[in-house]
Write a protein that binds this ligand. Structure first.
Ligand code: CA
Length: 525
C-alpha cells in the first residue's frame, strides 16, 4: 500500500460515506480507501478527523448511507472525495410506529458463559453491591444544606471508625415540595427517589432526613412494605428518619448531632459486611454515552456492545437507555424484542417520550450538541445508529419506565427508557438498580457518580492520551488496528469484573462526581 493512501472506516459495505480516522484530519489531494481491495478515492476538500467523506458520487436527492441506514438525503450533488457535513443533508423524518416488525428477529441461541465471578456485597433483598456506601436519603431540597454539613461531619468524625464502609453520600435533589405532587407524571420523580435509596450499593440501609412540612414526607417516599426490613421498627414506624422540625431540636448543632448519631447504627451494620465471590450474573450494568463523536459508533460503542453480549451470556443484566438516541432505531429494537409484548412496551415508552417532547414544542432533533456536530455527527439519526450499538446483538428481554426498579427476575438485556441527558440517565439507571456504569465519550466528559463506579471509555486515542487520568479504557486502539472489537469487548468485560470487585475508577480516584438530576415531567407549582 502506498504511504500516501490513508485508511477510512466504513461501517457497512453498502455505505457511500466513510469516516476519516487520521489525527488532525486529511487535506485535499490526499487519497483514502476503506480496505486494501478498494479503489482509492482522492479528496476534493479537506476533511476533519471523525467526519465523513463521500466514497462515491452522490446525486442531489440520493440517500447518504452509514451503518447501511439513511442518515439523510443529499441537498446537492456531492462528488466522491467531498466532505459530507450536516449542511449537505436533509434529515429523514422519524419512523412512525405503525407496522413495525414486532419481535421478528430469529431468536438466536447463545452459548452461556460460566465461571466468571466478582467480589461483591450480598444484600438482604438478594441484590449485590459493588460498593459499601451509607446513603443519607432526603425528602426535600430544604434539608440539603444541613445534610451536606452533616455528611461532612460523619465523614470526618465517624467514617474512620468504620473502615469497611467506602463512603457516605447525601442523596440531594431539587424535588419534594413546590411541585404538583399529585400530577400523574409526579410518579416518576417520586419512585426514582425511592428506588435510588434501595440501590444495591447502599446495603439496604434506609436513613432519611426530612424537614417536616414537605409535600413528600418519609411515609410517602418510602411507605411500609416498599423497602427491605433490615430494621424491625420500620414495620410500624416507616423508615429510620430524622425530622429537622421536631421539637427536640434546639439549635443547629442539635440537628447535626442527631443525624450523626442516627448514622452510627447504619455504619455499624454496613461495616460488618465483607466482600464475597458472587457470580457475574449479579452485575447490573447501565451503559450510556455522552459527548459523542463519529468515533463513538465505530470504536467505543461497538466494544460496549460486544461486552454487553458477554455480560448477558454470563447471566448479568445490562440496561441501555437514552430515548432520543434510540428513537431512530425503533425498528431494530422492536425487531429484537423477545416477545410482541416487549416490542409493544418499547413503542409505548418511545411514543410517550415523543409526546413529552411535543408538549415542549421540540422533537428528537434537539438532542445533538454543537460538540457532536464538530465531532462529525451530522444529525440525531447518525448519532442514534452509533448509540444503539451499545445494546449488543441479543434479544431485548424487558422494558422499564423512567424511575422503575428492576425486579430480581428481570435478567438479560433491558431497555430502561430515560432521557439521553447524561446525569438524568445515570440517575434513572441508579434507581433501576445499576451497580456498575459504563460510559463512552468522544469529545470528553469527566462524568462520575458518587453512588456507583463509572467506567469511562475514550473513543479516540488522542482523547485517551490527553485525559490519561480520567479515561479508564482507550477504545481508540480499534481505529488504529491495535485491537479488534472482540478483544476490546473482552477487555472491558474483565475490567468491569475488577471494578465491581473494588478496583477504583479514575472518577473514584479523584472523587469526581456529578449531581443526581431527577426527571420530572410534571408541573412545578
Ligand atoms: Ca447520554
Amino acid at each position: 500500500m502506498s504511504a500516501s493512501v490513508f485508511p477510512v472506516i466504513a461501517m457497512h459495505d453498502a455505505d457511500n460515506v466513510a469516516i476519516v480516522v487520521t489525527d488532525g484530519g486529511l487535506k485535499s489531494g490526499d487519497s483514502v480507501r476503506k480496505n486494501a481491495a478498494a479503489e482509492p478515492v482522492t479528496l476534493v476538500s479537506a476533511v476533519p478527523q471523525g467526519h465523513k467523506v463521500a466514497m462515491a458520487d452522490i446525486l442531489a436527492g440520493q440517500t447518504v448511507l452509514r451503518y447501511n441506514v439513511s442518515i439523510g438525503l443529499a441537498k446537492e450533488n456531492i462528488a466522491a472525495g467531498s466532505w459530507v457535513h450536516e449542511r449537505l443533508l436533509v434529515m429523514p423524518a422519524a419512523r412512525d410506529f405503525a407496522n413495525l416488525p414486532m419481535s421478528t428477529a430469529p431468536k438466536k441461541a447463545f452459548e452461556k458463559l460460566e465461571g466468571f465471578t466478582f467480589q461483591g456485597f450480598r444484600n438482604s433483598d438478594g441484590s449485590v453491591g459493588t460498593r459499601n456506601i451509607l446513603a443519607v436519603t432526603t425528602t426535600v431540597q430544604c434539608v440539603a444544606g444541613v445534610v451536606t454539613l452533616a455528611v461532612q461531619k460523619i465523614k470526618e468524625e465517624l467514617l474512620p471508625l468504620y473502615p469497611n464502609v467506602d463512603d457516605v453520600v447525601g442523596i440531594e435533589h431539587t424535588y419534594g415540595c413546590g411541585v404538583a405532587i399529585d400530577a400523574p407524571d409526579a410518579v416518576i420523580p417520586i419512585r426514582t427517589l425511592r428506588n435510588i435509596s434501595l440501590n444495591p450499593n447502599f446495603g439496604n440501609e434506609i436513613f432519611v432526613i426530612s424537614l417536616g412540612c414537605e409535600k413528600l414526607p418519609p411515609q410517602r417516599l418510602l411507605p411500609p412494605g416498599s423497602f427491605p426490613l433490615v430494621d424491625e421498627r420500620a414495620i410500624t414506624e416507616g423508615p429510620h428518619t430524622v425530622c429537622l422540625q421536631d421539637d427536640h431540636h434546639v439549635g443547629f448543632m442539635s440537628m447535626l448531632q442527631n443525624i450523626a448519631d442516627g448514622a452510627k447504627l447504619h455504619l455499624e451494620r454496613l461495616n460488618a459486611r465483607r466482600r464475597e465471590a458472587v457470580p457475574a450474573s449479579e452485575l447490573v450494568v447501565g451503559v450510556q454515552c455522552g459527548g459523542s463523536d463519529a468515533f463513538s459508533g465505530v470504536t467505543a460503542n461497538p466494544i460496549v456492545g460486544y461486552a454487553t453480549d458477554l455480560l448477558v451470556r454470563a447471566g448479568a443484566t445490562v440496561m441501555f437507555s437514552e430515548n432520543t438516541e434510540v428513537r431512530d432505531a425503533v425498528e431494530q429494537l422492536t425487531h429484537r424484542a423477545v416477545s410482541v409484548d416487549v416490542a409493544q412496551r418499547i413503542v409505548e415508552e418511545l411514543d410517550w417520550y415523543d409526546k413529552y417532547l411535543e408538549r415542549g414544542h421540540a422533537d428528537r432533533s434537539a438532542n445533538t450538541t454543537p460538540g457532536n456536530k464538530a465531532g462529525g455527527l451530522s444529525n440525531i439519526v447518525e448519532k442514534a445508529m452509533g448509540s444503539i450499538v451499545k445494546s449488543g446483538s441479543l434479544p431485548i428481554q424487558h422494558v422499564l419506565a423512567p424511575g422503575e426498579k428492576l425486579k430480581p427476575e428481570q435478567k438479560g438485556l433491558v431497555f430502561a427508557a430515560t432521557p439521553a441527558s447524561d446525569f438524568i440517565c445515570g440517575t434513572l439507571q441508579l434507581a433501576a438498580g445499576m451497580n456498575v456504569h459504563v460510559f463512552t465519550t468522544g469529545r470528553g466528559t469527566p462524568y462520575g457518580l458518587q453512588a456507583c463506579p463509572v467506567v469511562k471509555l475514550a473513543t479516540r486515542t488522542d482523547l485517551a492520551r490527553r485525559w490519561h487520568d480520567l479515561m479508564d479504557m482507550n477504545a481508540g486502539r480499534v481505529a488504529e488496528g491495535e485491537i479488534t472489537i472482540e478483544e476490546g469487548g473482552w477487555e472491558l468485560f474483565q475490567l468491569l469484573l475488577e471494578v465491581a470487585s473494588g478496583r477504583k475508577t479514575w472518577a473514584e480516584h479523584w472523587k469526581l462526581h456529578n449531581s443526581l438530576v431527577l426527571f420530572n415531567p410534571a408541573p412545578i407549582t
